[in-house]
Design a protein around this ligand. Sequence first.
Ligand code: AMP
Length: 221
Amino acid sequence: MRIILLGAPGSGKGTVAEALRAVYGFPKISTGDLLREAVREKTSLGLVAASQMGKGGLVDDATVLALLRERLAKADCQGGYVLDGFPRTLAQADSLEALGPAGPETVFDLQVSDETVLARLANRRTCPSCEAIYHLVNKPPKTPGVCDVCGTALVQRNDDTPEVIRERLKTYHAKTEPLIARYAAKGNLHVVDGNGPSEAEVRGVRRVLDPLLGRPGGAGK
Ligand code: AMP
């Protein structure tokens, strides 16, 4: 199954994708993570992406698609995967369809208000090594400033500043939000409220997926 997570920055896509990986075993494919890795490793695609990231806009479709294709070709994706942050434009949705189906496709719109996003991202800290996500108030690391998973010092992403967050929200509303109507028309879109705690959001997604994947009742109320 191909699971697509749509939603504004800070809507919980990364957290939900990680939970789905843990529950169902689908790999989490985050184009943001792939881009940050390419930037860190200074690959040729990473050098192109670096100049386009950090200001709140999108990296060009060709660069993102090249990274995605390479990742989806790996063995762990052949039984399905969760897409976090792709597609982000109508053109990217066309490219995904052209890649062919990875089994049935289920799409989630994780809905959050702009106010929730601004409040949430100011408190977000991430691990630059394993990309684990923390929240200073709601999900603090066990040792302040240190990743629980791999022990690396946590950072605030340089695009999690209030000015860049506002730009990312504008980009989301202009370029990505139109995808909601597209998938609604396709008939495979499920809307989940992302304004509350992440556990409730994960439960909302699992309530849809559990029966589809033959695990009735696992998500709870
Ligand atoms: P994310 O980690 O999903 O918030 O992505 C961080 C940044 O990477 C975004 O603000 C974009 O600049 C870039 N990015 C991630 N995914 C895409 C995509 N599918 N298309 C274009 N740019 C992307």
